[in-house]
Design a binder for this molecule. Structure first.
Ligand code: ZN
Length: 432
């Protein structure tokens, strides 16, 4: 038995514990409490806090090297540019990029992800680096035969991943996937992730068949909003994770709640693409399951969950014009247990509770303006960063330890893939 003993333990389920420790045995949390009452070999972390491993509810590991691609473009042209660049690289490059993404997640204290995967390479990368994941294979279009191909890809990948990585399906979005294809994908009986109500471009296409998405979609505009369209076709269910949900009104929030759809809130992505601010307070007050996701560096510069928690707080408080619109402890809960609930994994991870998988992160606040300690949750949420993560444990195994990581190898092959995407074709025109 090993006892991880920082200054504070933040169990998320239960109040912060000063001098708290987490005892780990056989990959599970054996006990949480005052460290000097726990038995085992003690590892001390002064000026640090232990938090549950973050659960990044919406990632695309395969876009880990897309930072800055098309910054400032409108949503439609931005999407077109990514589709075009993605076509320039192959399987090995997707894997190389996704491995870097998985490493960056672990280095940010992330211990589980919900990943939407274009090629399926994320599943291999997550399994290889020991990052538990639900990898949702993406499909696009109105041609139902793509679901046969999806079934085949699922079968091929199934044999290559271990028990900590499971496979789901991701019909990309209601503007890029027809209701028939959605229904056929649901029929595969896997967990589902999709992008919903992300932008005004999506809304213009869905409601009126107008705007930049017309050029990239073969789907018939349904003349209603994405949430209402999915509801009308019986496609809102408890095993559906809806990323974004920025453009939702009160009636749509009620549809999400009634059908127990979970939402992955991605505040940085929504801000950087100019999509808006999701009504996270209203979603929470309605009783919708909400988690936090970084989305990918295609829109957000990093898989940094600390930045994402802060962005969630900034956006919620700015939208509501109230400092109590989202507290630091609510942000921490959204990024851990909230995301675990959204992915249907809360019995296994998301909080420091005896019996759960020993997924945790040790965050040092040494040298930060938040010491001496006043409120350890405020310190972690506002003062934390990947550079401050000392240790990330997954099922009791150190998957990341500061100062010991094979960054060079991971970065070299991922950078080569980025270079290939930038090498040919015209650069996107600057926004006018
Ligand atoms: Zn996404």
């Amino acid at each position: 038995m090993v006892v991880y003993a920082p200054d504070w333990a933040l169990p998320v389920e239960g109040a912060p514990i000063r001098g708290g420790g987490v005892a780990v045995a056989d990959g599970r949390i054996a006990a949480v409490g005052p460290a000097d009452e726990l038995e085992g070999e003690v590892r001390r972390f002064p000026k640090a806090a232990i938090v549950p491993g973050f659960v990044n509810a919406h990632t695309h590991l395969e876009y880990a090297v897309y930072a800055g691609f098309g910054d400032g473009l409108a949503f439609g042209p931005w999407l077109t540019m990514h589709i075009e660049r993605k076509a320039r690289i192959g399987w090995d490059e997707f894997v190389a990029i996704a491995r870097l993404g998985a490493a960056e997640c672990l280095a940010s204290g992330v211990t589980t992800i919900g990943d939407a995967s274009f090629s399926g390479a994320s599943a291999l990368a997550a399994a290889d680096l020991g990052l538990p994941a639900i990898v949702y294979l993406e499909i696009f279009g109105a041609d139902i035969t793509c679901v046969d191909d999806l079934r085949k890809r699922l079968g091929e990948l199934e044999g290559e991943v271990d028990g900590q990585v499971s496979l789901g399906v991701s019909p990309h979005a209601p503007y890029s996937v027809s209701a028939d294809v959605y229904a056929a994908a649901y029929g595969l009986g896997r967990p589902i992730a999709t992008h919903v109500a992300e932008s005004d471009d999506e809304r213009d296409f869905m409601l009126r068949g107008e705007g930049p998405i017309v050029a990239v979609s073969d789907v018939e505009p349904p003349r209603t909003t994405s949430v209402r369209h999915l509801a009308a076709h019986g496609l809102l269910r408890a095993d559906v994770l809806a990323a974004h949900c920025v453009k939702v009104d009160g009636e749509e929030i009620e549809l999400l709640r009634r059908n127990d759809v979970a939402v992955a809130h991605c505040p940085r992505s929504n801000a950087l693409l100019g999509c808006g601010v999701a009504p996270v307070r209203a979603l929470l007050d309605a009783g919708v399951r909400v988690g936090i996701g970084t989305d990918s560096p295609a829109s957000t510069p990093s898989f940094d969950m600390f930045e994402e928690m802060r962005a969630a707080v900034y956006a919620a408080r700015a939208r509501a014009e109230r400092p109590d619109a989202l507290s630091a402890s609510e942000a921490l809960e959204l990024a851990t247990l909230g995301s675990a609930r959204a992915l249907g994994l809360a019995s296994e991870t998301g909080s420091l509770v005896a019996g759960k998988r020993a997924d945790l992160s040790v965050v040092s606040l040494a040298g930060s303006p938040y010491l001496p300690w006043e409120d350890p949750t405020v310190a972690v949420v506002f003062g934390g960063s990947p550079e401050r993560v000392q240790l990330t444990l997954v099922a009791g195994e150190a998957r990341y330890e500061k100062g010991e990581f094979r960054w060079q190898e991971l970065r070299r092959s991922a950078a080569a893939a980025r270079a290939r995407m930038l090498a040919t074709g015209a650069q996107p025109a600057p926004k006018t």
